[in-house]
Design a protein around this ligand. Structure first.
Ligand code: FAD
Length: 452
């Protein structure tokens, strides 16, 4: 009886334990991706993510094809779709790599039980995180809420396993018969208007591009990563985040590539720590599944968000706040589907503290516009900036966008790239006074202190 390999956030063929297991099993195989926009609690993808997914599925179909496999596309509530596929193909086994979001875990657990009750072999694997969230615990057996001890615990856990090899040979996979949707019918790409030109220029989805990116980063930027990572005008970071988000590259592949290259340097250690923040975000989400909607620190429920000022939110989204570094970041985001980490912090601080807009509004905009938006890192980092999150920045740390620009973009290279009119008459005055709004934010924070 055939095996089903259910691809989710792991759009690759190398270091893919579920695919590996199906190949070992030896039976014909259905490799399926399910576009699930219906199951309860599963967050629909944002626009930039849909664009990326189209490219990534195209690349995955090619990669499977090189091993004689075939990618089957289906759409609908995932549990129903997989069960229908089992019936259609008379499959005897289903394999997948684990997901860590709350609704996804519930769905997977229910489906696994139902299929096992029907006599199928169902196995799930660790593939997208280096450390399974439930295995890293404090001495008291509780989840971590502070990064440094979390990462220390990870580093003293057994070293992450080595990556599995890609399927071996041009006929490694025997496809089983199953009908597929046409990817173009999913309408993942924007048409009217086509806003994706800048994304196409900036990115190539897929595992081949991901591996090329990793090699370039290791060759050119890893050594100076510790210093270069904060300068937004330079391409000094890895730019691997969307590839990791979609699992075109596994964290195991990245981890061992860095370790083999130079595990001793400051650049390597800093870079591995950043991968650690990704692990931490998922650890926090695993233990607080409603991270995108609820303050991780409950006392922030007392924060008196003023009534939403839609024009201020709009100006922020469109990069028209009159604050050059903020506008540069927001325009980079809209144009390319990404934003430098330093500037993400500055723009998020500006929205939540200077404009006093609820972090959830900003999180939602990033969710829709980032190619790397994921269910853990995005809300985790928003809450980190807003002060309501795990191991968050202290509330009084209101990023001053002018000082940040002086420090990290001293020659204005980054700002000029995205806001060429800055400094001329055409450029508007700031929509708010930075000093006054900072004070208003600190005053609002008194309510949180009182609720503590
Ligand atoms: P590098 O500096 O090369 O870092 C290597 C990898 O480490 C990244 O690819 C990423 O996987 C991981 N990483 C680095 N920093 C973080 C971090 N703070 N949190 C989690 N993982 C991290 N990152 C996302 O992947 N998805 C998001 O949706 C996301 N939303 C964010 C929202 C805000 C408000 C902020 C301040 C940060 C957000 N980040 C998010 C974190 C960070 O900005 C990006 O991971 C980083 O800019 C990606 O660029 P890079 O791949 O060149 O990173």
């Amino acid at each position: 009886a055939p095996s089903i390999v259910w691809f989710r956030d792991d759009l690759r063929v190398a270091d893919h334990p579920a695919l590996h297991a199906a190949i070992e099993r030896g039976a014909p195989m259905v490799c399926v991706y399910v576009l699930d926009e219906e199951s309860r609690g599963i967050r629909p993808l944002g626009g930039a993510a849909r664009w990326w997914l189209h490219g990534s599925l195209t690349a995955l179909a090619d990669a499977l094809d090189q091993h004689s496999g075939r990618l089957v596309l289906r759409r609908g509530p995932a549990d129903r779709v997989i069960r229908a596929l089992v019936d259609e193909t008379r499959a005897g086994a289903v394999f997948w790599n684990r997901r860590y979001g709350g609704p996804e875990r519930d769905l997977d657990a229910r489906l696994k039980q139902a299929l096992r009750d029907d006599g199928l072999v169902v196995e799930s694997y660790a593939a997208n995180l280096l450390f399974e969230p439930w295995t890293i615990r404090t001495a008291q057996g509780t989840p971590f809420s502070v990064f440094t001890p979390f990462w220390r615990a990870c580093r003293s856990a057994p070293e992450p396993r080595h990556p599995l090899p890609a399927p071996n040979g041009a006929d490694a996979i025997t496809p089983a018969d199953a009908a597929t949707d046409d990817l173009d019918d999913w309408d993942l790409l924007p048409t009217h208007p086509d806003w994706a030109g800048g994304l196409r220029d900036a990115w190539t989805p897929g595992a081949d591009a991901a591996h090329a990116r990793l090699r370039d980063f290791l060759d050119d930027d890893l050594v100076d990563y510790a210093d270069g990572r904060d300068v937004p005008s330079e391409a000094a970071t890895s730019r691997l985040s969307p590839h990791l988000r979609w699992g075109e590259l596994s964290p195991y592949e990245v981890w061992h590539a860095v370790r083999e290259r130079r595990s001793d340097g400051a650049g390597a250690s800093r870079f591995l720590t950043e991968l650690g923040w990704r692990e931490f975000a998922w650890h926090v989400l695993f233990h607080a599944p409603d991270l995108a909607t609820r303050n991780w620190r409950a006392e922030f429920d007392a924060f008196p968000w003023p009534r939403l000022h839609p024009t201020a939110l709009r100006a922020w989204e469109e990069g028209r706040t009159g604050v050059p570094l903020v506008d540069a970041g927001m325009r980079e985001l809209w144009s390319t589907g990404t934003m430098h980490n330093r500037v993400r912090m500055v723009t998020a601080s500006f929205l939540t503290k200077n404009l006093l807009v609820d972090w959830r509004r900003g999180e939602q905009w990033f969710w829709d516009t980032l190619v790397d938006a994921d269910a853990a890192s995005n809300p985790f980092n928003w809450q980190w900036v807003a002060g309501s999150g795990a191991d968050a920045a202290p509330y009084f740390r209101v990023f001053n966008p002018e000082l940040q620009a002086t420090k990290f973009d001293p020659d204005g290279v980054y700002v000029k790239r995205w806001v060429p009119e800055a400094g001329t008459d055409e450029y508007p005055e700031p929509i708010v006074d930075l000093k006054e709004t900072r004070e208003a934010a600190l005053a609002a924070y008194e309510h949180v202190k009182a609720a503590r």
